[in-house]
Design a protein around this ligand. Structure first.
Ligand SMILES: Nc1ncnc2c1ncn2[C@@H]1O[C@H](COP(=O)(O)OP(=O)(O)OP(=O)(O)O)[C@@H](O)[C@H]1O
Ligand SMILES: [Mg+2]
Length: 312
């Protein structure tokens, strides 16, 4: 039987763990962003206690910001595993996933109280179990709504109080558990409270994939298919088809690109029955179908596109 998780906690893991390998290497971003991100976490996890003596100590807060489907949540998961691995000589890491929607505001003061409990009781208790703590707050704008724009008419006073509680909580957590990293993600940096942004040590902006990244995502997706259906391995060396698909998929997010490769498996009846028969042409066909069925703002859901291509 799985033990009950504390309120607001979606998942609780001891890292490093082999089954958490994968996400980090599956996300491609230009430059040395991943390396810098990892170094920041390792520094705080290893030396948080000493850094706390500085006049401007780190808050241990990381923000991954960017449009939907650009790999924020996956990167955050991978970061937790890799950072835990890098400090494993000192001891293990507790990785806690917070559900930002789990703090109801229908009763006055209730969300404020639950947020305070999370930061002042639950997280310190979890931090006491192992030398390092990594907390993931996905979609942080749900929890720390920007107070300057949240109107008192549409947002109950409770929302403001909850944001205050998050800020006080982050400060308290830093003081009591300096070897803690809080990774936050958002699609709407403009909706995140300014005081939380000010406390953020490291803001990583994930953009839509550039040309090289589009290609790497296609290649990685094809390699994964070939790992499951070795007969499809040859498609990985069809460089012209991969280049053409990458060209067609410029401007799409990483999630849509992976779905386009998936849609290649339904480009023909034979491939759907036996994915080992996948060809480069199927990948190009699927990419074109998706591009043709997507408006410029990327509004058409890929699932609808898949059913279109199945019909046609
Ligand atoms: N830069 C990238 N490189 C490789 N894969 C990517 C990239 N960006 C997105 N993906 C893939 O897209 C899918 C969605 O990624 P993820 O859920 O992490 O995105 P997100 O930014 O958190 O999206 P949302 O804002 O909608 O929550 C995953 O399968 C991931 O592998
Ligand atoms: Mg996400």
């Amino acid at each position: 039987m799985t033990p009950r998780l504390p309120q607001g906690v979606l998942g609780l893991h001891a890292l490093p763990a082999d089954h958490h390998e994968g996400p980090w290497d599956s996300i491609f971003v230009p430059g040395d962003l991943k390396a810098r991100l990892l170094r920041h976490c390792v520094l705080v996890l290893r030396h948080g206690r000493r850094l706390a003596q500085l006049a401007g100590p780190p808050h241990g807060l990381v923000l991954l910001a960017g449009p939907p489907g650009t790999g924020k949540s996956t990167l955050a998961q991978g970061l937790a595993q890799r950072a835990a691995l890098a400090v494993s000589d000192v001891g293990a890491t507790t990785f806690v996933e917070i559900d930002p929607h789990a703090f109801p505001s229908d009763m006055l003061g209730e969300s404020q109280r639950s947020v305070a409990k999370l930061f002042h009781e639950t997280l310190p208790e979890l931090a006491a179990r192992r030398p390092h703590l990594i907390v993931l707050v996905d979609e942080v704008e749900a929890l720390a709504v920007r107070r300057s724009t949240a109107s008192f008419e549409t947002n109950p006073v409770d929302v403001h109080r909850a944001t205050d509680a998050v800020l006080a909580g982050v400060d308290a957590l830093r003081a009591s558990c300096p070897r803690t990293i809080v990774v936050t993600t958002t699609n709407f940096p403009a909706a995140v409270d300014d005081a939380l942004l000010s406390r953020t040590d490291f803001v990583a902006r994930l953009d839509l994939p550039d040309d090289r990244t589009v290609r790497r995502i296609i290649e990685h997706s094809l390699a994964e298919i070939a790992a499951v259906w070795p007969a499809a391995a040859a498609v990985q060396s069809d460089t012209p088809a991969i280049a053409e698909a990458a060209h067609v998929l410029r401007g799409f997010d990483g999630r849509q690109i992976r779905k386009a490769v998936l849609a290649a498996l339904i480009a023909r009846d034979e491939v759907a029955i036996d994915p080992g028969q996948l060809t480069g042409q199927d990948v190009v066909t699927a990419a074109r179908t998706i591009a043709a069925n997507t408006t410029h703002d990327g509004a058409t859901p890929p699932a609808a596109v898949m059913s279109n291509s199945a019909a046609g």
